[in-house]
Design a protein around this ligand. Structure first.
Ligand SMILES: [Zn+2]
Length: 181
C-alpha cells in the first residue's frame, strides 16, 4: 500500500480549533474499479482525518462532533464557532487568559465552561434542547444565542468597568435573537 500526503484536520489552538495540515493516507490499489477506487480513497482519507481529530481535538469538541463527517446544521459564524470550540466568552477560558478575575459562573458553579453553560447552567436553561445535537437546527440556534448572550453580558460588564476588556468585542448580529421565540 502506498502512502501520500493529503490534507487532514489538526488543531491550531490549544483548545481545539482545526486547521488543515498534511497527513499520510493509504492509497488503494489501482486495480480497483474507478468508482470503488475513489470511494476507498475517500474512506481512507476520512479514517486518517478522524484519527488526527480524535488525538488533537478537545473533549468538548469531540462530544459535540464525535465524527468528522457529522454535519453541523447551521451556517458557521463567530458565536457558533465559540460555542462549538468551547474557546471564547466562557469565564473559565477568559480567566485562564488573565482577563477575568474569576473562572466562576454567576449561578455559583466554580468554573464557567462551555459544557457547564450549554448543558447544565440554570441561567441558560431557556431554549436548551434535551440533548445537544449539532446536526439539528435547534441545537445550533441555542448554542449561538447563548454565546451571543454571554458576549452581551461581558460587554455590559466592560462598560460598567467590572472586568477587563477581553478583546475587541464583536458587533452583535441583528438577526440573532437573544430571547426565546
Ligand atoms: Zn452557571
Amino acid at each position: 500500500m502506498l502512502s501520500i500526503s493529503v490534507t487532514s484536520m489538526r488543531r491550531c489552538h490549544s483548545k481545539g480549533w482545526p486547521i488543515l495540515t498534511p497527513q499520510p493516507i493509504e492509497i488503494p490499489l489501482r486495480s480497483l474499479e474507478h468508482d470503488r477506487y475513489t470511494e476507498k480513497l475517500e474512506e481512507n482519507a476520512t479514517v486518517a482525518w478522524q484519527r488526527e481529530y480524535a488525538k488533537k481535538s478537545s473533549a468538548w469538541v469531540q462530544k459535540l462532533l464525535p465524527h468528522v463527517t457529522k454535519p453541523i446544521m447551521a451556517e458557521m459564524d463567530f458565536f457558533l464557532a465559540q460555542g462549538l470550540s468551547g474557546v471564547g466568552c466562557f469565564r473559565s477560558y477568559i480567566h485562564k487568559l488573565g482577563k477575568a478575575s474569576s473562572p466562576g459562573c454567576p449561578c455559583g458553579e466554580e468554573r464557567q465552561t462551555a459544557s457547564h453553560v450549554l448543558e447544565d447552567c440554570p441561567l441558560y436553561e431557556s431554549g436548551r434542547p434535551k440533548t445537544l445535537d449539532v446536526s439539528e437546527e435547534p441545537t445550533c440556534k441555542y448554542i449561538r444565542n447563548v454565546v451571543c448572550s454571554l458576549w452581551k453580558t461581558e460587554n455590559e460588564e466592560n462598560h460598567r468597568g467590572h472586568s477587563e476588556r477581553i478583546s475587541r468585542p464583536p458587533v452583535l448580529p441583528q438577526e440573532v435573537s437573544i430571547e426565546e421565540e
